[in-house]
Design a protein around this ligand. Structure first.
Ligand SMILES: CC(C)(COP(=O)(O)OP(=O)(O)OC[C@H]1O[C@@H](n2cnc3c(N)ncnc32)[C@H](O)[C@@H]1OP(=O)(O)O)[C@@H](O)C(=O)NCCC(=O)NCCS
Length: 166
């Protein structure tokens, strides 16, 4: 992610409003504006410079943004862990792209950020996301009740982790 991505991010979120609604927090209309997205990019880059997150955009050949992969809540100390999140444009789903994007970010987390562990959480019925995690060597930890507020409801999630190094 880099300064100036706000406009393409706003367009991508607008195109995928229905597609992402069941899997995302509730968004108000401001979220879909280039201005809001650009200020979020700026805040994300501050977080990234401080070592607390790492955000990646998926771009098409014509340079349009068609997805995101995030490492959030990077904690070091005795943990060296981060939370993984992702989505892809509905028109690009089902081609193995997110499986490969997560593999690339997993590699970055291990070799550049030197993290020990990644965690991901999916809704119980998010089979596609669970396939992406399985293909990337994530193991199921268990169910966390009422873990995240998604689509306006505190919903149970399955937690997964991937240990990056022995
Ligand atoms: C989850 C998501 C990122 C997957 O991206 P993608 O690029 O389509 O993923 P891939 O093509 O790499 O892999 C998808 C896998 O799910 C499987 N799949 C897709 N839809 C499925 C469904 N409804 N039921 C079961 N499996 C499904 C595919 O067959 C594939 O598995 P395979 O590789 O073993 O054949 C995408 O669907 C998305 O953005 N969803 C909305 C947002 C979201 O759920 N984000 C994650 C929140 S935890």
């Amino acid at each position: 992610m880099q300064p100036g991505d706000g406009e393409m991010l706003a367009a991508a979120y607008e195109r995928n409003r229905q597609h992402l609604a069941p899997w995302d927090p509730e968004r108000d209309d401001r979220f879909f504006t280039p201005e809001w997205q650009e200020s979020h990019v700026a805040a994300s880059l501050v977080e990234s410079d401080a070592g607390r997150s790492a955000r990646f955009v998926l771009i098409r050949d014509d340079h349009a943004i068609v997805g995101l992969v995030n490492l959030n809540n990077i904690v070091r100390g005795a943990f060296w862990s981060a939370d993984l999140g992702y989505w892809i444009d509905r028109e690009h789903a089902g081609r193995g792209s997110m499986t490969r994007a997560v593999a690339a970010v997993r590699e970055h987390a291990a070799s550049v950020l030197q993290l020990h562990r990644l965690q991901a959480a999916t809704l119980l019925h998010n089979a596609a996301s669970q396939r992406v995690l399985a293909a990337n060597g994530f193991e199921r930890i268990g169910i966390a009740p009422k873990y995240l507020r998604i689509a306006g409801e505190w919903q149970d999630h399955v937690l997964f982790q991937r240990i990056l190094a022995a």
